[in-house]
Ligand binder design. Structure first.
Ligand code: A3P
Length: 329
């Protein structure tokens, strides 16, 4: 069993530049590590901040890149698998027995920029990546590396209703906190979430900034919610294929390629793979922590009426006039 939190939450071996920056940034209590810091309006643990800055300074986007941006615990693992299968279906046909998704966790096939590739502040080796590169990030819009918006790189944004996001995040943090031998009270964490103090929070700012971009520039930013994929997976997969300019042919549809992508990437299938039950990521987490329950509405099993009312009120206030509506809240 791992005895320390994943690499991106560790607080040692920070660069001098990062330490200097941390000393002047606002800080608050973190969910897992000691503190989170406010950088460009967003709350981040120190090691991730180092990754965000390295990425901002060094990442050179290519026109053909596809970048998945998500709020933590919104279904990133799922959408990574769907996009990988979709974009690589010529190189890795869906019915092949050794499909990479059967033996690799989706986070290995679609790495995070700041959590993984830039976490040590180093220049990553992109030479093994084939084009188009499929990458992921949790950074808010204001902190995206400049080259992403300056290039023709396509972005896909995923979020999830804030109540289920919170519950998923609370479980995830408790899992990581097992290493610290205590768990966070749900009420304490809920109050922090409502104040905007969560990983890459405030949640509302993260979502709203990308939502606005997707309205202004729909060819650059595709906005999606976990609940929409759950409800109409086939329709969303087709929309994604069209957005990425690799639509399904009639022949593919008739041969069941879409259904096979959805089946392979389903919660049950991915969760039960050997790699996802017993494997671990290089950052330290066991792969199984990414497959907890995979359902809409689990918040009902945890929220009191007061919690629900409080969050409804915040959602109403933060999102009014934006045209964005969460379902199942
Ligand atoms: P729960 O904690 O509600 O179960 P992320 O990948 O962004 O970390 O999000 C994790 C959430 O997505 C978890 O939610 C997890 O169970 C769910 N999830 C992972 N794989 C999934 C899949 N294939 N289909 C649906 N949900 C999935």
């Amino acid at each position: 069993m791992t005895t320390s939190p994943p690499k991106y939450l560790q607080e040692d071996s920070l660069s001098e530049e990062c330490k200097k920056l941390l000393s002047i940034l606002p800080k608050e209590k973190g969910w897992v590590g000691s503190y989170i810091y406010n950088y460009q309006g967003c709350w981040t643990p120190p090691r991730l901040l180092q990754g965000v800055i390295a990425c901002q300074q060094q990442f050179q986007a290519e026109d053909s890149d596809v970048i998945l941006v998500t709020t933590p615990k919104s279904g990133t693992t799922w959408l990574k698998s769907l996009l990988f299968a979709l974009m690589n279906r010529v190189k890795h046909p869906m019915f092949e027995p050794n499909h990479p998704l059967l033996v690799n966790n989706p986070h290995v096939l679609v790495p995070f920029l700041e959590h993984t590739l830039y976490v040590d502040g180093q220049v990553p080796d992109f030479s093994t990546f084939t084009s188009p590169r499929l990458l992921a990030t949790h950074v808010p819009f204001a902190s995206l590396p400049k080259s992403i918006m300056d290039s023709r790189t396509k972005l896909i944004y995923l979020c999830r209703n804030p109540k289920d996001t919170f519950i998923s995040m609370w479980h995830f943090a408790n899992n990581l906190r097992l290493h610290h031998k205590d768990t966070n009270s749900i009420h304490e964490m809920f109050d922090l979430f409502c104040e905007g103090l969560s990983l890459y929070g405030p949640f509302w700012n993260h979502v709203l900034d990308y939502w606005k971009q997707s309205i202004e520039n729909p060819n650059k930013m595709f906005f999606l919610m976990y609940e929409e994929i759950k409800e109409k997976p086939k329709i969303q997969l087709k929309r994604l294929a069209e957005y990425l300019e690799c639509p399904f042919s009639m022949e593919e549809e008739n041969c069941g390629v879409l259904n096979e992508i959805l089946r392979m990437c389903s919660f049950e299938n991915l969760r039960n793979l050997e790699v996802n039950t017993n494997g671990k990521l290089s950052t330290g987490e066991g792969n199984k922590v990414f497959f907890r329950r995979g359902e809409i509405g689990d918040w009902r099993n945890y929220f009191t009426t007061e919690m629900s009312d409080k969050l409804n009120h915040i959602i109403e206030e933060k999102f009014q006039g934006s045209g964005l509506k969460f379902s199942y809240v």
